[in-house]
Each structure stands twice: as C-alpha cells, then as structure tokens.
Design a protein around this ligand. Structure first.
Ligand code: PLP
Length: 391
C-alpha cells in the first residue's frame, strides 16, 4: 500500500476515534522505529506504555514464534502450561493471591469493580480521584476522574465518588456506609504524571484496613518495571488488595490481569466472571518472556540508573528554560510540566526524529523503554532542547 492509500483506507473504513499523527510505521527494533519512507525515529513513548522492552524484543519474538507453532488459543474451560506458569510468576513478583486473565487495562479494572461489588455484598461505592484514568469501558470510564472523557456518555455507572488526589481528608469526607473500595494509580499517567505521596498511600491503606475497604491499585501504566520497581506499590511499603495490569505485560500482545490478594481470592466463583480470549497460550508466553527479559537483562537496575540520568538531564533543562515548571515522576516515567501547551514541542521533536507524548495539555510525557541507553537519552535531550529553543 502507498502512503495515500493507507490514509484513504483509514478515512473510509475506520471510526475516527483517535487523534491521528500522520506517520505510517513499518518496522521497530528496541527504541527505534522506521516509517514508510524509511525515516528513523527514536521512540521515547513506545506503544503508549506498552513497549517497556522497546519494539520487537528478541525474547518476546522467540517465545511468540515458538508458541505460534504449538498452540495459539485454548479456551479457559481447559488448562494450559503458559497460563499456569505466568500466574505463578505474577504472584511471585507481587503478593500472595490469585489472578484473573483478560485482554486490556479497562477490562482488568472492570473485573476489579465487579469483584468489589461482590465483596461488598450491598456496599458498592468506590472512591476514585480527580485526574485519574482507568479506561474507556463504561464502568472504568465512570471510575475515571476526568469529565472530558465522560461527556456525552451519561448516564454513567453509578457508585463512583471522585475526590482530590493526595488528600486524605477528601477521602474521609467521601466515605459512606456504602463505600466498598478506593481505587487509584500511584502515578497518574494520563492525568499528568502526578505522583501519590508516601503519607497519602499509607493513610489510604490504614483507612481500608479500618473500614474493611478494598484498596485497588491500577498499575496498568506503572507496572512491569516502569518506575524501576516491578510494581509501583513496592515503592510505598504497602500491599494492594487488588492490582490491575496490562500494557507492558504482553511485550506488545494484548493481555490484562487482575491480581487479587489471598483473603478475597475466592469471592468470584465459576460462572461469575469470564473473558474468552483471556490468558491465551500465545499472550502468556509473550508475558513470560517479558518477565524473563526484565530479570535476565537486569532491566529494573537499568530503569533505576537510566531514570536517574534522565531526571538529571531533564532537571538541567528546567534550570535553563523557564518554560518548564516542574519535572516529576519515578524511574523511567517522567512528566515535564510546561507553562505553555506541549503540542508544538511534541511536533518539533517528531520533525527531528524523536517521539514523545503530551498529556493533560501541558505535560510532556517521556517513558522510554527499560532497555534505553545513556546515548539514546543524550540524543533525546538534545532534540528536546532544540525544540524548547524553537519554543
Ligand atoms: C492507568 C490506566 N488504567 C487503565 C487504562 C486502560 O487500559 P486499556 O487501554 O488497555 O483498556 C490505561 C490506559 O491508558 C491506563 O493508563
């Protein structure tokens, strides 16, 4: 297909639900992407959080190739080995409990909401936070604390109360005798890279214990080493009751997971919840390869070291360019809050061969692969600085 034919086909046949950037990509390797004209890009926002290993990681490719030739899919009324191994791996890295496999972040969050309602036995209210993002399906959208995503889709699913992030008093004020859970991202991704404070998270955990509420941590964007720990909750010294995962877990293949702590692991029984494609042999092999690569290639350590370096370089830019208000985040999840809208900066970077993102209008989101090198960070910072100079 030629470039124009691609654009025409999208225009004619695909619902226009995405704001599109006119680039057609044909190949990816690590932190690099090539478009249809063979122009090379340095991808510092691979796959909207999916590409934690970068593009086409050799271990994922090998696992997928091997599994494709054996068994791609088997429904969940049977057993298969990759799912058994992956469940064990996820629990090993997170907390004692059990998992439910599905296909996306929103679906994992739907599972968490349903499980909470079943646990509540009449209690059904869930407290969520301003600027949160939990997905586009109706309950996940209702949990999301950003009106712009909800407008036009009312009536929303009832039972969600949205309060100020990092404000324990706001949470306490929202409690009723119907409250069953508190749901949050420890670093709000779509909401502008807002980091939960240690005190706030500790107090949330305490409150959940006192009132018999479930603490649901959405790690769809922060999970799998993004913050330089396998899961972001591990920075906080607390355990969730439910954790949701997706994005990076499949190394590019679609998988979502709800991880449920032991004490509530038997609440959903046979027939109460399901997902046809959830946890197929193929995606489980890919996810096992992701865990394998993170361990073997010491990617948590690399995320820690490269994250420190990235923040050092971004802070140096902040000191030089007053248009930068704040640099925040953890590990390799960085937000650069500007005084101005970030769109033009993202475009200028793209023209120079660097892909980054802008969220919440003014926050540049920089989330390179965990495999990123110092050389690649230097290159990206150079381009970003040129773009900032251009203004
Ligand atoms: C924190 C968080 N939760 C949930 C979702 C929804 O995930 P998905 O698009 O896989 O449904 C996202 C997607 O950006 C996310 O960032």
């Amino acid at each position: 297909m030629k470039l124009n034919e691609v654009f025409e086909s999208y225009k004619e046949y695909i619902l226009p639900t995405y704001t599109k950037t006119p680039l057609v990509f044909v190949k990816g390797k690590g932190s690099n992407l090539w478009d249809i004209h063979n122009k090379q890009y340095l991808d510092f926002f691979p796959g909207w959080g999916v590409g934690s290993l970068g593009h086409c990681h050799p271990k994922v490719m090998q696992a997928v190739r091997d599994q494709v030739s054996k068994l791609i899919f088997i429904p969940n009324n049977y057993y298969h080995i990759p799912q058994a191994k992956l469940a064990r791996e996820i629990i090993y890295w997170s907390f004692a409990g059990k998992v439910f496999f599905c296909n996306s972040g929103a679906e994992a969050n739907e599972g968490a909401i349903k499980l909470s309602r079943k646990f509540g036995n009449g209690r059904f209210e869930i407290i969520t936070f301003e600027n949160s993002f939990h997905g586009r399906t109706l309950a996940a959208l209702s949990a999301t604390g950003q009106k712009k995503y909800q407008a036009g889709f009312e009536p929303l699913v009832q039972g969600f109360k949205t309060v100020k992030f990092n404000d324990i008093n706001a949470v306490r004020s929202a409690l009723t005798d119907k409250t069953v859970a508190i749901m949050l991202e420890l670093i709000q991704g779509e909401g502008g890279i807002n980091v939960a404070t240690a005190d706030f998270v500790r107090q949330l955990r305490q409150l959940c214990d006192e009132k018999n509420l479930l603490l649901i941590i959405d790690e769809v964007q922060t999970g799998l080493g993004r913050t330089a720990k396998m899961f972001a909750f591990q920075h906080y010294g607390i355990m969730p009751d439910i954790m949701t995962l997706a994005k990076a877990l499949g190394g590019g293949l679609p998988i979502g997971v709800m991880v449920v702590s032991k004490r509530i692991a038997d609440i959903l029984g046979p027939g109460m919840h399901a997902s046809t494609f959830g946890g197929s042999p193929l995606v489980c092999r890919a996810a096992l390869a992701v865990f394998g690569a993170i361990q073997k290639d010491k990617l948590l350590k690399n995320a820690q070291n490269m994250g420190e370096y990235l923040f050092e370089r971004l802070n140096a830019l902040k000191n030089k360019y007053p248009v930068i208000n704040e640099v925040r985040g953890k590990g390799l999840m960085a937000g650069v809050e500007l005084d101005i809208e970030g769109k033009a900066i993202v475009q200028a970077c793209m023209d120079k061969g660097l892909l980054i993102n802008c969220t919440h209008d003014k926050v540049l989101r920089i989330m390179p692969a965990l495999t990123v090198t110092k050389g690649q960070i230097n290159k990206a910072i150079k381009v970003l600085e040129e773009a900032l100079k251009q203004g």
